[in-house]
Design a protein around this ligand. Sequence first.
Ligand SMILES: Cc1cc2nc3c(=O)[nH]c(=O)nc-3n(C[C@H](O)[C@H](O)[C@H](O)COP(=O)(O)OP(=O)(O)OC[C@H]3O[C@@H](n4cnc5c(N)ncnc54)[C@H](O)[C@@H]3O)c2cc1C
Length: 384
Amino acid sequence: MDFSLTPEQEQFRESVRRFAEKNLAKGARERAHSSDYPWDVARLMAGQGLLGITVPEADGGQGGALIDAVIAIEAVASACPKSADVVQAGNFGPIRVLAEYGTKLQKERYLKKLLAGESVISVGMTEPEAGSAVTDLQTTATADKGGYRVNGSKIFTTHSKYAELMLVYVRFGPGVDGIGSVLVDTKGQGVRFGKPSKFMSGEEWVQTYFENAFVPADMVLLKEGGFKKQISGFNVERVGNAARSLALGRYAYEAARAWAMQRKQFGRLLCEFQGLQWKFSEMKIKLDAAQLLLYRAAVNADRGFPSAEETAIAKAFCNQAGFDIANESLQVMGGLGYTQEELVEYCVRRCRGWMIAGGSVEILKNRIAEAVFERTFSQRAGKS
Ligand SMILES: Cc1cc2nc3c(=O)[nH]c(=O)nc-3n(C[C@H](O)[C@H](O)[C@H](O)COP(=O)(O)OP(=O)(O)OC[C@H]3O[C@@H](n4cnc5c(N)ncnc54)[C@H](O)[C@@H]3O)c2cc1C
């Protein structure tokens, strides 16, 4: 057993860190407080080979492993927390599902622009009546001359304000087996947006309505019966989500650590008070534990998808640890931590959202309990 990165991984981490320090550290605060997608950063990252790290070379990616993409998130976030979203969008989210299951035509049409940092793809799963119970989704795809008519609506979709392409979970028929997914051009006919709303993080989202939107048959990504495959791919998104929780927790911790070594009260440095030392010890324990769980999930995925159980454990722990650490760091920094002069309060707000997004901490714990007891537990009323 070896708990260190390989020399190649260390080298990659250093090169991304240097790139991020040089290009992203300046402007990190402005980026965090803007609700726009940082397109300039996306293009820069594309040029640096940081988009499509895990996408095969034949599809225009780098052909790397999931752990490489995790390392990239960590290195980028250490200089600019918001820019870690671009690494997520270009490696972990629906882009990875498209690269895995998409046809040659779908990849040719969309992947190139996504990998160039010129567009972004969103994923629409959640609906007003289907949140944690995602298999209750009601958006339908009904066969119609050479394609499908899609009807329904999606909420809380990240990137929904500007994504040109949306991977939409749809129902081709009844039950879990009736669920699949389609690729929808969001500028197409029959796609309408509601008024913009904001998450606590400052990110904007819009409700997306599909009103008889036509999707050609060749834009079906996964047909009915594809739900399990879709969720396997979604575990990659969860690893990216966990990585950002941990990375932003670490960002806040580093800011608080530096502050504790320079700020004096009662004639002493903050780091000399035992009450604060113990906070740092607890944060350090959480950082190390979260790191190990995250790397286990990523490394064991090798070049494929991560295991559902290891991903659930890593995400549940990183989400909670990232939030707790960012929150304690804010406390250590006192009034300054609570202001927008520092990015610590931003890290708190962002980490809070990841405890809900992409499978809430509670839903992940349900999944872990199934592994513990080696049986399933239906969450549905009247079933056990
Ligand atoms: C920042 C952010 C980004 C998001 N991005 C996207 C996106 O890009 N695409 C997308 O489709 N969706 C997105 N979502 C939506 C997200 O996936 C849902 O919010 C999430 O699945 C929870 O659904 P809900 O909000 O309807 O809460 P509910 O399902 O109503 O749950 C409410 C509470 O009850 C708990 N709960 C529910 N069922 C159980 C149970 N069986 N056992 C124990 N506890 C339970 C939940 O954990 C939660 O705490 C995003 C959400 C956030 C906050």
